[in-house]
Ligand binder design. Structure first.
Ligand SMILES: Cc1ncc(COP(=O)(O)O)c(C=O)c1O
Length: 445
């Protein structure tokens, strides 16, 4: 009886479109079938049907990701982010894959600044900045960031992804053109997609290609060249001097995402422009508070005052998303205090990077990248890279293998990231594990 009723209801509903069904259901409030109201039954049926449709669409997608070998597993950490982390199974590992470049994520002064702000300013603002989400510490941090970069002003976002999402659309119109390195970070690519400017993708770090594209777009109102300062998969640096030369020649603006440079790259940590001895020359810098600057969260844009004023009025991730929580603001602010006048942390990072790169090269490994704490150990084959990383973890060294489509086919690698908090002994332990496993599985002789 039950199944006949079910089948009849199903048949009846299939004949109706969604709106008509909703209409009938909303009027049918009294009739009841087999202990349940007709309305409830119909709604449950519709709910089950839409859920099974959802599953039908998603499951093949998930299987395809698994089959392609690109499924991302998440290892769960039971300790703060630092060089020695504890996993939930109690195993301690030496961490060589965080963006904790300056090792300040668990710094005591940073943590107490965050705790103090939590007590004084509360957990969060429950508001966007322009309604009632601006506290004095937000303004202070923006001023500190601008001073650190030697710029007129800065604006905070919930992340650098948001800063990238909010920049291009607010600044560029259909009369403008944007030139983007093909290997730029996904958030730059997405940000550019949101704007109406003509888009030109130039070959990775290929200045001839960039110049040709600039030549072809002389009629545009604004022309903006957009690049990562440091490309995080390779640890390579954008050819900034040449980019600036072309920008000058073709009257273009420059934008650099300096997430993998701010705070530690260049003589005093001012980033890619300082590395090239070109301080103050980039028009717009976006960066993150979620890597070297404490690692909590947050991002920003810094540049001319008029640009920052425009972003406060027009940038959608700024206008329509919550203010940064006070402890996050305070931790980044404390990190800027610690590094503005001192190169202690970045000097340690530099000597650790040299030690790792030199030891590995001497052992016969190929390490790519330009002098940067991102040290990709080239393995080639994807399965070998994954096996290598698993064996490293068995030896107590936490590293991750990267393979296609994140990096080109046959260029699988283990991306090692060095921190100022590593000791020389940590670096040697990691290098020894690489050498031992490298010999065992035939990556080196
Ligand atoms: C180059 C680059 N840009 C932007 C981001 C996004 O930064 P956030 O984590 O602050 O959103 C990242 C983070 O991985 C990055 O590497």
């Amino acid at each position: 009886m039950n199944s006949i009723v079910n089948k009849s209801i199903s048949y009846f509903l299939i004949q109706l479109n969604h709106c008509r069904y909703r209409n009938i259901v909303s009027k049918c409030t009294t009739c009841s079938l087999v202990g349940l109201t007709f309305k409830n039954r119909c709604e449950k049926w519709m709910f089950r049907r839409s859920m099974s449709l959802l599953t039908e669409c998603i499951v093949p997608e998930l299987k395809a990701i698994e089959a392609a070998g690109t499924w991302k597993k998440e290892r769960v950490i039971a300790s703060p982010q630092r060089t020695r982390i504890v996993l939930t199974n109690g195993v301690e590992a030496l961490n060589f894959c965080a963006n904790n470049y300056l090792g300040l994520a668990d710094n005591k002064e940073v943590i107490s600044a965050a705790k103090f702000a939590l007590d004084k300013y509360g957990a969060g603002l429950s508001s966007v900045r322009f309604i009632c989400g601006t506290q004095e510490i937000h303004v202070e941090l923006e001023e500190k960031i601008a001073r650190f970069h030697g710029r007129e002003a800065a604006i905070l976002y919930a992340s650098c992804l948001d800063a990238n999402a909010g920049l291009f659309e607010a600044l560029l119109t259909s009369e403008d053109a944007v030139f983007s390195d093909e290997l730029n970070h996904a958030s730059i690519i997405d940000g550019i997609r949101l704007c109406k400017a003509k888009r030109h993708r130039y070959k990775h770090r290929d200045m001839e290609d960039l110049e040709n594209k600039l030549k072809d777009s002389m009629s545009s109102r604004l022309r903006l060249i957009a690049t990562d300062g440091v490309f995080s998969m390779d640890g390579t640096v954008a050819p900034l001097s040449k980019i600036l030369e072309l920008a000058k020649k073709y009257n273009a603006l420059t934008f650099v995402d300096d997430c993998h440079a701010t705070g530690f790259f260049g003589k005093t940590g001012r980033g890619t422009e300082e590395y090239f001895d070109q301080l103050g020359s980039i028009d717009i810098i976006n960066s993150t508070l979620g890597k070297a600057l404490g690692g909590a969260a947050g991002g920003y844009t810094t540049g001319k005052k008029e640009l920052i004023d425009l972003l406060r009025q027009r940038s959608r991730p700024y206008l329509f998303s919550n203010s940064l929580p006070p402890p996050v603001v305070a931790s980044a602010s404390k990190v800027l205090d610690l590094i503005t006048d001192s190169t202690e942390y970045l000097n340690r990072l530099r000597s650790n990077t040299n030690l790792f790169r030199n030891t590995m090269k001497m052992a016969g490994f190929t390490i790519v990248g330009d002098d940067h704490p991102i040290c990709p150990v080239m393995i080639g084959d994807a399965r070998l890279a994954s096996k290598f990383a698993d064996k490293m973890i068995e030896q107590g060294v936490y590293v991750i293998g990267f393979s296609y489509p994140v990096v080109p086919r046959d260029k699988a690698r283990i991306r090692v990231q060095i921190s100022a908090a590593h000791s020389a002994n940590d670096i040697e332990r990691a290098a020894n594990a690489f050498i031992h496993i490298g010999k065992e599985i035939g990556v080196i002789n």
